[in-house]
Design a protein around this ligand. Structure first.
Ligand SMILES: [Ca+2]
Ligand SMILES: [Ca+2]
Ligand SMILES: [Ca+2]
Length: 327
């Protein structure tokens, strides 16, 4: 089985080379799935589109946010960029969302009192959260899905949420760096057809909780990978630090690494002790200086002491799960 696949991929590499295509930067033509020894499941190439677009922008432009699925070499099917509840879950209230013409200059122009309160504990403390995600988040409090982002891909938006909960409580967030080229981890950007976009997540809460290095972040989908030997693992860290993050016009044969998400990863009692700590990123690294959805409310982001977080690779890791316990 494995040998047969190995041969198929080797033959296709040979055909590519003999037809005069040159491999992408960092793409090793002998990088084959059967030689990979890590814990991920590997897919190669573009996914089949299941949903062509989850979101239409009424005012202005947005990137197409599709959903796809792709089979790995063992026959297992993976949803890309990730399974999500965008279509069915309660949406967060927009702080800033251009497509809906919600563009306040500052928090003073936001009617915070009208934000609905999700009841996790009826006798709990009422807490307000301010969230900016590149590109999409789903927020769980003690395992209850409180709200999801209103814009899956672009334009960049920001959100306000309220919930009632008793301490200690657990925040769990699924964040997705969305992709145009489903299964390949890339988008048409910066003059390249297959440019790997980046992620980033920042939030503060009215009880003083902020995103930082004491949060945990584990990656579950990494792409594009052009040479599987660049993927490594140290303890429970899934590393792609030596993989190229350069864009290319020939990224259609990229590999992707997938790990199964535990079904109860968002539960309060889920044991995430093996997950790595979150990696911090600066505002410059995430590139928010020109994004009003962030800058107009910066007092609730970096101004509140929050930091951008993600897994160890903010470019290649596209589905990341975050957890934090508020004491
Ligand atoms: Ca968003
Ligand atoms: Ca990415
Ligand atoms: Ca992105």
């Amino acid at each position: 089985m494995r040998i047969a696949k190995n041969q198929v991929i080797s033959i296709s590499s040979v055909i590519l080379l003999t037809m005069g295509f040159s491999p992408s930067p960092g793409m090793a033509s002998d990088s084959i799935i059967s030689d990979y020894r890590g814990s991920a499941s590997i897919t190669q190439g573009v996914a089949q589109t299941l949903e062509s677009n989850l979101f239409e922008c009424e005012n202005g432009r947005s990137r197409i946010a599709g959903i796809g699925e792709i089979k790995d070499s063992e026959g297992q099917i993976w949803t890309v960029p990730a399974e999500n509840h965008f279509a069915t879950a309660p949406k967060a209230i927009d702080l800033y969302e251009e497509c809906a013409n919600i563009t306040p200059q500052s928090l003073a122009k936001v009617d915070e009192a009208s934000v609905p309160v999700a009841e996790v504990d009826s006798d709990g403390e009422e807490i307000t959260g301010y969230i900016f995600a590149d590109n999409y988040f789903e927020l769980y409090i003690n395992g209850t899905l409180v709200a999801v982002d209103t814009v899956p891909f672009t334009p960049f938006n920001s959100s306000i949420v309220k919930f009632k909960v008793k301490k200690p409580y657990t925040i769990a967030v699924k964040v997705i760096d969305w992709e145009e080229n489903l299964g390949l981890g890339t988008e048409d950007n910066r003059g390249k057809e297959y440019h790997p976009g980046d992620g980033g997540f920042i939030a503060s809460f009215s009880d003083g909780t902020v995103t930082g290095s004491d949060w945990q972040a584990q990656t579950f989908y990494t792409a594009p990978i052009y040479d599987l030997t660049c993927l490594t693992e140290v303890e429970s860290k899934r590393l792609s630090e030596t993989c190229t993050i350069e864009g290319t016009d020939h990224g259609e044969k990229a590999y992707a690494a997938h790990w199964e998400t535990p079904s109860n990863w968002m539960a309060k009692e889920f044991n995430s002790s093996s997950w790595p700590q979150a990696t911090l990123y600066s505002e410059d690294e995430i590139g928010v200086n020109n994004k009003k959805a962030y800058m107009n409310f910066i007092e609730k982001f970096s101004g509140a002491g929050a930091s951008f977080i993600w897994s160890t690779n903010v470019v290649l890791d596209n589905q990341v799960l975050l957890r934090y316990q508020v004491k």
